[in-house]
Design a protein around this ligand. Structure first.
Ligand code: ZN
Ligand code: ZN
Length: 293
């Protein structure tokens, strides 16, 4: 069970009492995923909105950051592997101002705004671990839903692809890769994850993570998949792998993933990350190795 000091306000930062939010009768914490929003029917498909396959676009596009600005501010540059023209295997640093694009209509963008806030809060908490603190620091516990984090990483990946920033080599040319409709349907709750796919967390020996101030984004290829099969997002040397079209593994990893599709994720002041798969269920906890700054 995920437990912490009894708190008045819920550690999911909803602003309401824990007992009416994520704390169960047994005192354990579990965060339900953000609901998929139903959009009003418009019968319109904006030609530049990547979610147009779903219909119900609005007529205006929204300009958005491919990764929320709050995250970029904390992590500094984003390192991206697989950019067109970059040397094989090398990561290119991209500053916050280069990372905005108009890739979604306003209606589809606003349907994902709660996923954006959950993802931002998650990565801010990860970054605050580097400073040996929790975000916000007066809390004993910070609580997240695994499926929210999974959707957030999927959203960032699709946005990068749709913006044309990520390119993929096919034969002797580099062709921009367009997100397949299956990815979009996953993001908006119109499709289910394939068996073995979804988010997994990879760790090193002893499950202790290096603390580097960077976040790496890398599109991942798989045999038999044209273009991108999934994404790797590595903040501070932690490895989140999102397998979309094929089960994926981290290159060079000699151990299986540390965790696969956790239901709830919590961070506490002892710098432990706790994962659980069912409300009140068993917890897998591990420490984060924090180097002095
Ligand atoms: Zn809550
Ligand atoms: Zn749209």
């Amino acid at each position: 069970m995920i437990v912490g000091e009894p708190l008045d306000l819920c550690p999911c930062e909803s602003g309401v009492a824990a007992s009416t939010c994520c704390r169960g009768d047994d005192g354990s914490y579990w965060k339900r995923p953000v609901r998929f929003e139903q959009l009003p029917s418009t019968g319109f498909q904006h030609p530049r909105c990547y979610a147009r396959v779903l219909g119900d676009c609005s007529t205006q596009l929204s300009r958005e950051h491919l990764v929320p600005k709050a995250i970029l501010k904390q992590f500094g540059n984003l390192l991206i592997r697989g950019l067109p023209g970059a040397r094989e295997g090398s990561a290119v640093g991209v500053g916050p101002n280069a990372l905005a694009a108009r890739v979604l209509c306003r209606a589809h963008n606003s349907a994902l705004s709660e996923i954006d806030s959950q993802g931002t809060r998650f990565f801010q908490t990860l970054d605050s671990f580097r400073r040996r603190a929790l975000h916000p620091s007066d809390r004993d516990l910070a609580l997240f839903s695994g499926p929210d984090v999974e959707r957030f990483i999927l959203k960032c990946g699709i946005a990068f692809c749709a913006s044309g920033l990520l390119g993929f080599k096919t034969a002797n040319e580099r062709l921009p890769w367009v997100p397949p409709s299956y990815w979009v349907q996953l993001l908006f709750g119109r499709a289910d994850w394939k068996p073995g796919c979804g988010l997994s967390l990879w760790g090193g020996a002893g499950h202790r993570f290096e603390q580097r101030r960077s976040v790496l984004l890398e599109p991942m290829a798989a045999h038999g998949v044209d273009g991108v099969a999934g994404l790797r997002l590595a903040p501070h040397g932690m490895d989140f792998v999102l397998a979309v079209d094929r089960v994926l593994s981290v290159e060079g990893a000699d151990l299986p993933p540390l965790a696969y599709r956790p239901g709830s994720i919590a961070f506490n002041k002892r710098l432990e990350i706790m994962l659980t798969w069912l409300p009140g269920g068993l917890v897998h906890a591990f420490n984060v190795n924090v180097r002095p700054l």
